[in-house]
Design a protein around this ligand. Structure first.
Ligand SMILES: [Ca+2]
Ligand SMILES: [Ca+2]
Length: 102
């Protein structure tokens, strides 16, 4: 049976391809595919970014090889960046909860 971490990695691959396979290059996300992925899979994150230009900024930030698309490697850097931000929040919340108990 796969572990939690193995399942998480498989999920990343499956989710990426669910959107990347929709149009054009099947190995990368177009702007439209990225937008859909963000809306469906990262809706709580996107809610804090009401700016309609946010998706363009995110796309530009992620597209490190400058081909106008987001490949799996570039997508993973988004997930890692968000995970780091979430982990910091998790630590802060744990600390705040600890302080309250004392
Ligand atoms: Ca594609
Ligand atoms: Ca790219």
């Amino acid at each position: 049976m796969p572990s939690d971490l193995e399942r998480a990695m498989e999920t990343l691959i499956v989710v990426f391809h669910r959107y990347a396979d929709t149009e054009g290059n099947k190995a990368s996300l177009s702007r439209k595919e990225l937008k859909l992925l963000m809306e469906k899979e990262l809706s709580s994150f996107l809610k804090t970014q009401k700016d309609p230009a946010a998706i363009d900024r995110i796309m530009k930030d992620l597209d490190s090889n400058g081909d106008g698309e987001v490949n799996f490697e570039e997508f993973v850097s988004l997930v890692v960046g968000l995970s780091i931000a979430c982990e910091q929040l998790y630590q802060a919340q744990k600390q705040a909860a600890g302080v309250k108990k004392q």
